[in-house]
Design a binder for this molecule. Structure first.
Ligand SMILES: C[S@@+](CC[C@H](N)C(=O)[O-])C[C@H]1O[C@@H](n2cnc3c(N)ncnc32)[C@H](O)[C@@H]1O
Length: 253
């Protein structure tokens, strides 16, 4: 797990720090694990079960039961704490009105968690469903085009019992035109790549309600995600708020 002391925001323009010599590089370990489905299920799955077991000591049982149900039968890249944070923010933001969106749906686990917390908000789900687009030269060593491909009919079936959900298959932001006139209380980004993250921020930022939240996965695991946030926010008043997990969020002023 990432130590709290690792979670110091990087000032825009400065290089992302490597862990000091001799210190455990949890981001590197995460990238190695993420490349293999078996490793993911052994490690992220086990971590999620442990974290949810700890949360059971002080969180509402019905919330944890909902998260566990969403995780069962579907692969997710979210740890237990990350899944809880996703649920908790979506539930709080539902009071703001406006729509919600996720870019990076994969098999639909995180989308299901949002939908369980989103109340009557419309949830827009964007993914290529053909996996990751082409990584840039720097990301190429770690990312593979087509990784995380998923079947749209299978994701639709998994979410068939949830209301107010719309699907948009294809490369974002090319698929965003139908929601160009919407305003958002909550957006979840889990797209792994710098170009994808930047495209999402450029589209959603001006469409966030005041107090709206954009939450991203992998800010501290993937340099491209961190760089996209830090570059995008460099000349804007908001800052990326790093959480103790791999997640970070911005609150629209
Ligand atoms: C790590 S997976 C998402 C995992 C999912 N949120 C979960 O918790 O199970 C990353 C996803 O981002 C999608 N993706 C990345 N860039 C995209 C883009 N520009 N447009 C649409 N989908 C994109 C990929 O297709 C892939 O399904």
């Amino acid at each position: 797990m990432t130590a709290i002391s690792d979670s110091i925001a990087v000032l825009p323009g400065l290089p992302v720090p490597s862990p000091p010599r001799g210190r455990f590089d949890s981001a590197r370990l995460h990238r190695l694990i993420a490349a293999s489905r078996t490793m993911r299920s052994l490690s992220i799955g086990l971590l999620a079960r442990l974290e949810l077991a700890f949360l059971a000591g002080h969180k509402q049982p019905d919330v944890l039961a909902a998260i566990k149900t969403a995780r069962s039968g579907r692969e997710s890249l979210l740890s237990g704490n990350e899944a809880f944070t996703l649920y908790s923010i979506a539930r709080a933001q539902a009071a703001l009105g406006g729509d919600m969106a996720e870019v990076g749906v994969y098999q639909g686990c995180s989308a299901r968690i949002i939908s369980l917390a989103s109340g009557s908000a419309t949830l827009h789900l964007f993914d290529t469903f053909a996996g990751l687009p082409a990584p840039d030269a720097l990301e190429h060593a770690r990312m593979r085009q087509g990784h995380y491909a998923a079947s749209l009919p299978s994701v639709r079936a998994y979410l068939a019992d949830r209301e107010n959900i719309s699907f948009y298959a294809g490369l974002f932001p090319g698929t965003a035109q139908p929601v160009a006139g919407s305003q958002f209380s909550f957006v979840h980004l889990d797209v792994d790549l710098k170009s994808s993250t930047l495209g999402c921020l450029e589209f959603f930022y001006d469409r966030m309600l005041p107090g709206g939240i954009i939450l991203t996965h992998d800010y501290s695991y993937l340099d491209g995600v961190r760089a996209a946030f830090d570059e995008f926010l460099a000349d804007r008043p908001e800052r990326a708020i790093e959480l103790p997990s791999s997640q970070a969020m911005l609150v629209k002023l």
